[in-house]
Write a protein that binds this ligand. Structure first.
Ligand code: ATR
Length: 478
């Protein structure tokens, strides 16, 4: 079930909130602590105002809520609200058996017993959940994984607490994967917001329409992307609609990963079939692969890992994705020479790709030694970024691979005297129209955008994951 948390100050606003999200949710949580005191007094009416099961909650400040009342008043507010037909009431771990339990029983309201940890995942989480389950109908843990190791602990809850009705929610950025794959933790529900504001939170719309999180079952094949950061990745928008279009019971989830070795343990635990790899793990991942392609070996980095019988295989689809948009121009001889700006991980794959297709390459970089390293491996020339202008009019293609312009309006080669004959290609896709491309466009250059490369590398990845071509009917919103 997908449960929408309502954080409005009036019941009418809460109802509107539910209406706006209706098609994506199965349940709602009414938070008394967000309501004004007048509205709180009428909260018993709320279940009759919506036609979904409602969880009643009155969260204290110390548990991340907004209720500033005394404990006696807080419980009184819960008690009077329980005159309404709520499906569940949330009672915290430390609240001893009291009139709340009695009233819940008499009204047929199920009790969720909850523990909260904003600083980590308690070592004794399984024991505590077991104890909570004896004191209510459902045991709940809202905890904060601080790394992939904690994520593993949460996913293990499924087998450690088999048969226990539970809700587990991983807060913060490391919690995202657990919020999507809640069923794989054995969690009865996942919480959603209308718009994801807190780190790691997801919107009800994305949980339902992008991930189809509520349809995950034991047979669902799990794929994902590992990176740090990873929340900006658009790959879920490529793969999830693709899986759906070919009617493949599979899901693609972002995993924030601080420890690649630990992630491979999780990948085994979840029986993952494959995953994409992004910055900064593209090189480190090589140590854990049993088989790599010639391209991975020569480029020295891997962006795609697929499960093979008894081992993980690494492939690189970045170089291919980069080439697709310019393939015709290489083929017909329009591109014979290229300037590659930058000497980071992406540059490595691009220089290799261009050299492999017979293009003469010069690498320009701020730090000359980084450029030299890639140039020596690929047998090409290199120069200091400050000499960029001297290459004007001498190259057919200019590729921008640095991080300059990522989310800003800057170019690594400001005032570059484009002649207008160059093809300008930026691998940044946020923003799509970077300063580098704007400058090139102003001089009449042909442009290629980062989202073209992103989509093409994703399509090849999809083939590696599924054995099917990426469906033509799908046009990812990237
Ligand atoms: P990626 O793996 O995505 O290519 P990276 O490895 O961090 O990213 O590479 C970043 C590239 O952007 C490098 O070429 C870097 O130049 P240095 O090798 O000199 O560090 C380049 N870069 C980052 N900030 C830059 C800036 N302000 N001006 C010029 N180049 C910059």
């Amino acid at each position: 079930m997908i449960c929408l948390t309502l954080s409005d100050s009036t019941l009418v606003e809460c109802v509107k909130h539910v209406e706006r999200n209706k098609k994506w949710i199965d349940m709602v949580e009414l938070r008394l602590d967000f309501l004004t005191s007048d509205e709180c007094a009428k909260a018993y009416l709320f279940p009759s105002m919506v036609d979904l099961p409602v969880i009643l909650t009155n969260r204290r400040l110390s548990d991340g809520g907004k209720c500033r009342s005394t404990e006696r008043i807080r419980r009184q507010q819960l008690l009077s609200a329980m005159d309404g037909a709520f499906a569940y009431v949330d009672i915290e771990e430390d609240v001893k058996k009291c009139e709340l339990d009695d009233k819940a029983h008499s009204k047929g309201i199920k009790i969720i017993r909850s523990l909260h940890d904003f600083n980590g995942v308690p070592n004794d989480i399984y024991t505590r959940l077991q104890q909570l389950s004896k004191r209510g109908d459902v045991a709940k843990a809202a905890v904060t994984p601080k790394g992939i190791q904690d994520t593993i602990t949460l996913f293990n809850a499924q087998k450690e607490l088999e048969g226990t009705d539970k809700i587990i929610i991983g807060m913060g950025e490391y919690g995202t994967a657990t919020r999507i794959l809640y069923k794989r933790m054995g969690s009865m529900l996942t919480f959603a917001a209308e718009t994801a504001v807190a780190p790691g939170q997801l919107s009800a719309k994305d949980l339902k329409e992008l991930y189809h999180a509520d349809e995950v079952n034991d047979r669902t094949a799990i794929y994902g992307i590992i990176g740090n950061p990873v929340s900006q990745s658009l790959s879920p928008q490529i793969h999830n609609p693709g899986f759906r279009a070919i009617k493949y019971n599979a899901i693609y989830v972002p995993f924030l990963v601080d420890n690649v070795r630990a992630f491979f343990v999780l990948a085994e635990n979840l029986h993952m079939r494959g995953f994409s790899v992004t910055v900064p793990h593209k090189v480190e991942v090589l140590s854990y692969l049993g088989n790599i392609t010639r391209e991975v070996k020569q480029i020295g980095s891997c962006n795609t890992v697929v499960r093979m019988p008894g081992l993980w295989k690494g492939i690189n689809t970045d170089y291919y994705g980069f080439l697709v948009p310019i393939e015709d121009d290489i083929e017909n001889g329009r591109i014979k020479s290229a300037l590659v700006i930058g000497a980071g991980g992406a540059s490595q794959a691009i220089v290799w790709a261009l050299k492999n297709r017979g293009v003469k390459v010069t690498i320009l970089n701020r730090t000359l030694s980084h450029a030299k390293k890639i140039a020596v491996l690929n047998i090409c020339s290199y120069d200091n970024l400050s000499n960029a202008a001297s290459y004007a009019g001498k190259v057919d293609l200019i590729v921008q691979t640095t991080t300059v312009g990522l989310g800003s309006d800057e170019s690594p080669i400001p005032n570059f005297p484009f002649t207008g004959n160059e093809i300008a290609y930026d691998i940044i896709y946020k923003p799509k129209m970077t300063r580098f491309l704007k400058d090139a466009k102003a001089k009449g250059c042909t442009l290629h955008f980062g989202d073209e490369m992103l989509l093409e590398q994703g399509k090849l990845q999809f083939e590696a994951f599924t054995g099917y071509h990426y469906p033509r009917t799908v046009h990812p919103d990237i």
